[in-house]
Design a protein around this ligand. Structure first.
Ligand code: GDP
Ligand code: MN
Length: 391
């Protein structure tokens, strides 16, 4: 789960990460009040959306004086902000963060995430802050410093030092080495205690008056651990998430929308991934990832049909169910009933293997739905039939 910059900064501040003074604003008037409270000549007006790259898209404006703050707040609030992460349709800006403007001497990059290959938390840092880290990773990977953390001992001070010296903080301002190491320790502590999947500070800045500050902050939580952070659950902003994905998660379905035209309904995440791969290998394009979970009951299948078919790209649905604990005949009954109850208008290809699969095949073949509900025997045939039906 992603959260907004202003929320991330509040959490980071609790752990001792220095952040700019500022506050969230829901209207232009509120933005002006915040600016007045800050009592500083230069303020920064920042669009609060979950996507990054706001600066380039015109969503971050350094503003001098009240007139300029007003003008920028009016321009940004309500705009459809398009960045490289929003897609061309953009994301509507519903609130702003108004902060004191800071005089930047140097922009750095720092983040904490999990290195899945190593099964360790890793801290990344780079002297090229403020830029696209993906671009740095691609073009000049040697500029990214990595520190891997042994989970049994946590981040050690010598490692935080390694980051500080790697970022040449001793050369920029020797007095800032200690505050920098404290900051890295605090980022790590935040990551672990809040069960994050990402903490990213870009840029981490050194100001001309000799301070080190998290100028931007991006924070994501590991969804699987959210149950133990009730305080963080309320930070969710469903308006920033894909509508269909929200509806699916409310129904306890794991759904991720993709760009293709073959809707997928599968039990088990691994089988769902495999199904998408095999569709691709036959020249098709999956419209979604969908794991209906272990039960695949009529209710579940109905909900899944409703979600999949809201995506107007979908031309055919492929159901791939392995009956391990769940019985295939029960699934078949559920699928047939759901097909009729939601009055599906597109063809469905079903593959059902496992417990009671023969009974299930008979049920589907005698459903009276004819070509609209086709039985497929084996995963290859299922993929071939789905690709043919979609094209
Ligand atoms: P992003 O584009 O979504 O990553 O938003 P950021 O919060 O990183 O802001 C983009 C850029 O705006 C930063 O890299 C800075 O160069 C600039 N910026 C933001 N706040 C300030 C500030 O207080 N003073 C100055 N001079 N520049 C700022
Ligand atoms: Mn940034």
């Amino acid at each position: 789960m992603k959260i907004h910059e202003y929320q991330a900064k509040q959490i980071l501040a609790k752990y001792g990460v220095p952040i700019p003074r500022g506050s969230v604003a829901y209207s232009v008037n509120e933005a002006l009040l915040v600016a007045k409270d800050l009592a500083t000549e230069v303020c920064v007006v920042k669009a609060q959306i979950h996507a990054g790259g706001r600066g380039k898209g015109g969503g971050v404006k350094v503003s001098k004086g009240m007139d300029s703050i007003k003008e920028n707040a009016e321009a940004i609030l309500g705009m459809k902000l398009v960045t490289h992460q929003t897609g061309t349709q953009g994301q509507k800006v519903k609130h702003l963060l108004v902060e004191e403007g800071l005089d930047i001497q140097k922009e750095l990059y720092c983040s904490v995430l999990v290195d899945r290959g190593r099964q360790q938390i890793v801290l990344l840092a780079s002297t090229d802050g403020g830029m696209d880290i993906e671009e740095i990773a691609e073009k000049t990977p040697e500029k990214i410093i990595k520190v891997f953390v042994d989970p049994s001992v946590g981040l050690r001070l010598y490692q935080a030092n390694e980051l500080a010296f790697g970022l040449k903080i001793d050369e920029i301002n020797p007095k800032l080495v200690r505050p920098a190491t404290n900051l890295f320790m605090a980022l790590y502590q935040t990551f672990v205690e809040e069960d994050c999947s990402l903490v990213e500070i870009n840029p981490l800045i050194i100001t001309s008056d000799g301070r080190i500050i998290a100028l931007d902050a991006k924070l994501s939580f590991d969804d699987n651990a959210l149950f133990r952070h009730k305080n963080n659950l309320v930070l969710r902003d469903k308006d920033e998430e894909d509508l269909l994905e929200v509806e699916a998660s409310d129904a306890d379905l794991n759904y991720i929308k993709l760009d293709g035209n073959i809707g997928c309904m599968v039990n088990g995440a691994g089988l769902a991934m495999g199904t998408m791969d095999i569709i691709k290998s036959y020249g098709g394009d999956p419209a979604n990832f969908l794991d209906v979970g272990g039960s695949a009951s009529q209710e579940n299948v109905e909900k899944a049909f409703q979600i999949i078919t809201q995506d107007t790209n979908v031309k055919c649905i492929l159901i791939n169910i392995f009956g391990g604990i769940v019985r295939c005949d029960m699934v078949a009954t559920g699928v047939i009933a759901a097909f009729k109850s939601v009055n599906l208008q597109i063809p469905v290809v079903v593959r059902l293997e496992g417990t009671n699969s023969e009974k299930a095949h008979d049920l589907v073949n005698n459903s009276g739905l004819g070509e609209k509900l086709q039985m497929a025997y084996g995963i290859r045939e299922a993929a071939q039939k789905a690709v043919a039906a979609a094209s």
